[in-house]
Structure formats: structure tokens, C-alpha cells
Write a protein that binds this ligand. Structure first.
Ligand SMILES: [Zn+2]
Length: 413
């Protein structure tokens, strides 16, 4: 009986998967035309003007304090940027695609706020339909109780997820060796995306846009050789969890994982690219700070970690990871050699830190910081396709060198 039940559930999931794959499920449901945030004596009022009435869910999260609003997939109009008009208590907010079918707005507050009211108003005269949120200051203890309740309610209200169960990632250490005539598979990971913009450049450009462009250029540079197949972890402006980026590469049975970033630091004079590989011990303070920033991506997107199961670790993974880390470091060295002379590099170009996205136990992985969006000169270069093509050329040559080495070592064995 138990087995039969499980079979029926699986069948239903598969059916939902087929239904969910129809183009209708991908449609955009409306537009957020404007966002207004007002400070009132006793509350902060957050208003979204919509092109049509939309369902929404709202919940709050602690550490740091955030209010999250989930909507169907929408576009955000250019006017929805009240950055200059927001009250002090709102530290910042961002919005974008959270996953296909769901757009998200995340509001950061400087102290705990209670969601005192959340309602929609229909169109009236010239006024478009609206979603209104009233936030009132509260204590941390009251916030935590309310937050837990609001997350549970949002989860209960979640519509059935219309996607097929994902195929499991291949088990560790059983990856068949590629045959000589088989193409090498490279996973390219454009950092950030959707509700997580990444760093913001001096001209206002978002890191998520720069790195997606760089990923596409690198993909065509690699495919042109006929030697590589390329999988992009994302090919649109959508948020992806850090562990999902690794899972995509593992499901594709990638031979190499390259994560692309372009970050920002307070020192606006600093410029140059650098290459990171995984290490529990960071090579310096800056590397550690950078890894901390990058690892916050899931928090920035308003992820709730309350229902997470702890990561399974074992000695087997440890061993595989150590071997993988050696390969990663070898590739990073080759990449530094190819990039030197082509683009400006930091003085210590190969650095180490605990980046979560580099933790695939069985795929050599590097993270490339293409330059600093906080530096005028670097930012201008990163906005130019000609520059990104030069970088892609250096990456392609080092990937050639790396797999020449790997394949000749395999032949010698
Ligand atoms: Zn980044």
C-alpha cells in the first residue's frame, strides 16, 4: 500500500511536470509600475502600483531583518526605483525573478518591523491596483514569533510546484571517464541574477548583467573550437541558489566549473582581475571578505533556512574534495599565466577562500573576479564586449592547456 501510494505520488509529480512545461506556465503576469515608501509617525507604508491585480504572499526573516513579498512572474518598470526617496529605516530593497513563475521583492530594515497590514486595493478612477504593506517597529522577540508564523503561512499557501522532480546528481567518484572522441563539458556560472543584483558599478551597471554577458561570450568562444560542450547555470536574469549552481554542473557531469563575478570594494582605486580556488583558510583578509559577500547571495534573495536539512558530509567527500582542490589550483595557475599580459591582474592573482559555490566535491572549480565595478577604469572595460572577448580568449587557452594536461596524464596511466 505504501509503495503504491508512493508510485501514485510520483506519477502525479511527473504529470504536473508535463503540464508545467507548457509555455503558458512561463507567461508574465503583470507589471509593477511604481514602488513608493512613506515614513508615517507610527509606521512605514510600502505601496506597489500594478498593471493588474495580483496575488501576493508576504513574510519576514531575521538575521538580517527582511520583509519578503512574493508575486507571480512580473516585470518591474523603470520607475520602480525609489532609492533616493526611501526612509532611513529601510536599508535597501531589491527585486527580480526569484525562480520561473515567481518574482520577489526583498526589503531590508535596520530594526525588527512587524507586518501590521498587507492588503490589495482594486483599481479606482485613475489609480491603478495596488498592494499595500504597513510595517510597525516591534521587539526582536515578537518579530521572531511573527516571522516563524508568516513563513509557515506562506509555505502552506504555496501552489503545487509545477515542475518534474529533478534527476538526482550522479553519485560521487563513479563518473565514467570520457572517451577520447567525446567532448569535454565545461559549466560556466554567471554569478548572482534575478532578485540578487550582485555588486553595483560606478555607472549603475549590475554585476549580474556583466557576468551573464561574459558567460555567453565565453560559451561561444569555447564552442567555436569544437572541443567543448558548455552548460550555463543560468542564461537569463533569474536567481539561483549557490547549491543549485553546483547541482546543475554535477547533473551535467561537467569536467570543469568556472564561476564569473565582478565585485566592488570600498577602495575605488583598486583594479585588476583575480582567480579564486577553494580553501577553508582564506589567503588574506580581502579574500575572506569577498567570499563572505559572495556567500550571502542566498540571504540577499530572501531565502528561509528554517526548513533546511544539514549538509551530508563524509570522509569520501573529503577525499574527493582534496583531489579536486589540487586540480582546481593547477587550472588556476594556468589561467593566471594566460591572463597575464592580456588584462590587468591583482598583484597576488591566485587567491584562496571558502566560496560556497566552489564546493562541488568532484568538479575542479574556480571563481574568476573579472575586475572591480567600484573602479572607473575596470567598470568601463567590463562593459565592453571587446574586453570580455579578450578575457574569454585567455580562459579558452588555459582550458585547452588544462585538458591537454589531463588527457595526456590519462593516456600515460
Ligand atoms: Zn559576485
Amino acid at each position: 500500500m505504501q509503495i503504491l501510494k508512493r508510485r501514485i505520488t510520483t506519477l502525479l509529480l511527473v504529470l504536473f511536470g508535463i503540464l508545467g512545461a507548457t509555455p503558458a506556465a512561463m507567461a508574465i503576469d503583470g507589471t509593477v509600475e511604481d514602488i513608493r515608501i512613506g515614513q508615517h509617525p507610527d509606521k512605514i507604508r510600502f505601496v506597489m502600483d500594478l498593471s493588474r491585480p495580483l496575488d501576493f504572499k508576504v513574510f519576514s526573516l531575521a538575521n538580517p531583518y527582511r520583509v519578503v513579498i512574493d508575486l507571480p512572474e512580473v516585470t518591474f518598470s523603470r520607475d520602480a526605483h525609489p532609492e533616493s526617496r526611501r526612509p532611513k529605516a529601510i536599508k535597501g530593497f531589491r527585486f527580480g525573478l526569484f525562480r520561473p513563475g515567481t518574482s520577489r521583492v526583498v526589503i531590508d530594515t535596520s530594526q525588527p518591523y512587524s507586518i501590521a497590514a498587507a492588503f490589495s486595493l482594486p483599481a479606482k478612477g485613475k489609480q491603478s491596483p495596488r498592494i499595500v504593506l504597513d510595517l510597525k517597529p516591534t521587539t526582536r522577540a515578537a518579530f521572531l514569533t511573527e516571522s516563524a508564523k508568516s513563513v509557515a503561512a506562506a509555505q502552506a499557501a504555496r501552489r503545487p510546484i509545477l515542475t518534474a522532480p529533478k534527476p538526482a546528481a550522479p553519485p560521487l567518484l563513479t563518473r565514467p571517464q570520457r572517451r577520447a572522441n567525446e567532448k569535454v563539458l565545461v559549466a560556466i556560472d554567471a554569478g548572482h541574477g534575478g532578485v540578487d543584483p550582485g555588486a553595483i558599478g560606478v555607472s549603475g551597471v549590475y554585476e549580474k548583467q556583466i557576468v551573464l554577458n561574459a558567460a555567453r561570450i565565453l560559451k561561444s568562444e569555447l564552442e567555436r573550437t569544437g572541443r567543448y560542450k558548455v552548460v550555463l547555470t543560468r542564461d537569463r536574469d533569474v536567481f539561483l541558489r549557490l547549491r543549485e549552481r553546483i547541482a546543475i554542473a554535477r547533473r551535467a557531469e561537467a569536467d570543469l566549473f568556472v564561476s564569473l563575478h565582478a565585485d566592488s570594494i570600498p577602495n575605488r582605486k583598486l583594479r585588476g582581475a583575480s582567480i579564486y580556488t577553494l580553501s577553508e583558510k582564506a589567503s588574506d583578509k580581502e579574500a575572506n571578505q569577498l567570499a563572505e559577500n559572495e556567500n550571502k547571495s542566498d540571504i540577499i534573495a530572501g531565502m528561509d533556512f528554517g526548513t533546511e536539512t544539514p549538509e551530508v558530509t563524509s570522509i569520501l567527500i573529503d577525499l574527493a574534495q582534496r583531489e579536486t582542490m589540487n586540480h582546481s589550483a593547477r587550472f588556476a595557475g594556468m589561467l593566471v599565466r594566460e591572463m597575464r599580459g592580456e588584462v590587468k591582474l591583482l598583484k597576488t592573482a591566485h587567491r584562496f577562500a571558502g566560496f560556497a559555490v566552489l564546493k562541488a566535491p568532484d568538479i575542479p572549480s574556480v571563481l574568476v573576479e573579472l575586475g572591480f565595478l567600484s573602479n572607473n577604469h575596470d567598470e568601463k572595460l567590463l562593459r565592453s564586449n571587446a574586453h570580455l572577448k579578450r578575457v574569454a580568449g585567455a580562459l579558452r587557452r588555459s582550458i585547452d592547456n588544462y585538458f591537454d594536461h589531463v588527457q595526456s596524464a590519462a593516456r600515460a596511466n
